[in-house]
Design a protein around this ligand. Sequence first.
Ligand SMILES: C[S@@+](CC[C@H](N)C(=O)[O-])C[C@H]1O[C@@H](n2cnc3c(N)ncnc32)[C@H](O)[C@@H]1O
Length: 262
Amino acid sequence: MTQLYQDNLAQLYDAAVPDWPGEIDFYRNLAQEDVDEHHSILEIASGTGRVAIKLAQAGFQVVGIDLSQDMLSIARAKSASLKNVTFVQADMRSFDLNRDFALALVPAYSFQLLLTEKAQKTCLEKISKHLIPRARLVLHLERQDPDWLASLPSDSYTPFEASGETTHPHTSQLIRVSYAWSFDQALQSVAVIIRYETIDPSGRVSERVDREPLRMHCTSARRLESLLVRAGFEIEERRSDFASDSAPDASDEMIWIARKRP
Ligand SMILES: C[S@@+](CC[C@H](N)C(=O)[O-])C[C@H]1O[C@@H](n2cnc3c(N)ncnc32)[C@H](O)[C@@H]1O
């Protein structure tokens, strides 16, 4: 068996997913406004700790929850020297940590892994139960273009398209990451197959592995706003990036900042 197949895909995720421009500063600034020494930040679907660990390094108390033991193991190993970050295995639809937080974050489109509006509402209500009154929630989603979605096949996938390159965490070999897409109109969800390829020094692909399709719910701004309000939040702001003040529809990103209603 070769290296990519032996890999835990969580390790490739950890190596391949960069921060969004301005993302960490944005979360840190919100934490500075809202989180005192008596309260903590809750990150939902915290993965390998990409965001949670940086906020802990900035001095905040952080709790991350995630379903995947593989992702949690990496997050715990990366943060072993930090006392102010904890990672808990829990489902974002049904968690109960028995404590309140002053800020909740759902970065990196994780909310869209909940494939029905019912599951999304249940998750928002769970988050709300874990927040002090007026605490903020940030949801970072992808705003899919309806024309692009309509152009995707429903019973097959688009050809793979390269999206970026990274370095393998153990072998230091070049890894190319590509995506192939499909869209299910009835479920309003896209499915993406992520392909990792090892590129040898002559530029040839020496190894390839495709992940199981990952499904993501395509949520429009209008539906998401209504969902947040029904789950007990009021909308403070909707942004299209972390770093500037562009108009809300200026990019494929949807960053919602909401407050728990008292
Ligand atoms: C795109 S990753 C995001 C990781 C991290 N927040 C980041 O920003 O890099 C999505 C994460 O959601 C987790 N996840 C998927 N379904 C979940 C669920 N129902 N409850 C908790 N975590 C879940 C996955 O295990 C994965 O770690």
